[in-house]
Design a protein around this ligand. Structure first.
Ligand code: ACO
Length: 149
C-alpha cells in the first residue's frame, strides 16, 4: 500500500502556513497565527532537530493535506531511554479515508524507532481508537489533563 500518486511526506515549511492551519482546524481550534509566529515556531523546531519532527503530507500540487508530528523526549528512566509522543494528527476533511493517516503514523513510527525510542505514546478520543489500533497501537490506560486556558 503506497501513498497516492504524487503525494509525499516532508517536513513542514513556512510557506505551508495557511494550509497547515486549515488542515489542523479539523482537529481543534487553531487561533490566529501570524507568518512571523510561524517562522519563529519552525525555527524553534529546527533548532532541536532530534526532538521535533513536524511532518506534512502534500499532494501532487504540493498542497498540505495532512499534518502530524513526533516529539522525542529524552528521559532518565529506562537507562536514559527515549519516548516518542505523536501529536496533532489531522487529515483534511475531503482527503480522509485514503489511508493518508495510516501512512503518516507509519512514517512517524519509523522516525521514533530510528531515534531509539523504547515506546511511542499518544492521546486520542475514544472515536479514534479504532484508527490507532489499525496503526499498531493498543489501549494502554487513562488520559488525564489539567488545563489553564
Ligand atoms: N475509527 C475506526 N477506524 C478508523 C477511523 C476511526 N475513527 N478512522 C480511520 N479508520 C480506519 C480506516 O477505515 C482504515 O481501515 P482499513 O485499513 O481497514 O481500510 C484505517 O483506519 C486507516 O484509515 P486512514 O484512511 O488512514 O484514516 P484517515 O486518513 O482518514 O485519518 C484520522 C484518520 C487522522 C483520524 C482523520 O480522520 C482525522 O484527521 N480526523 C480528525 C482529526 C483527528 O481526530 N485526529 C486525531 C487526533 S489524535 C492525535 O493527534 C494524537
Amino acid at each position: 500500500m503506497a501513498l497516492p500518486d504524487g503525494y509525499t511526506i516532508r517536513p513542514v515549511r513556512v510557506s505551508d502556513l495557511d494550509r497547515y492551519l486549515s488542515v489542523l482546524s479539523v482537529l481543534t481550534t487553531v487561533g490566529d497565527v501570524s507568518v512571523t509566529q510561524f517562522q519563529e515556531l519552525i525555527a524553534h523546531w529546527e533548532a532541536h532537530p532530534n526532538v521535533y519532527f513536524p511532518r506534512v503530507i502534500a499532494d501532487a500540487e504540493d498542497k498540505v493535506v495532512a499534518t502530524g508530528m513526533i516529539v522525542v523526549e529524552q528521559k532518565l528512566i529506562h537507562g536514559c531511554g527515549k519516548v516518542g509522543h505523536i501529536e496533532d494528527i489531522a487529515v483534511d476533511k475531503d482527503q480522509q479515508g485514503k489511508n493518508l493517516g495510516y501512512h503518516l503514523i507509519t512514517h512517524l513510527n519509523s522516525i521514533g524507532e530510528k531515534e531509539g525510542c523504547y515506546k511511542i505514546i499518544l492521546d486520542c478520543s475514544p472515536e479514534n481508537t479504532g484508527f490507532y489500533v489499525k496503526c499498531g497501537y493498543k489501549d494502554s490506560g487513562v488520559y488525564m489533563s489539567k488545563r489553564y486556558d
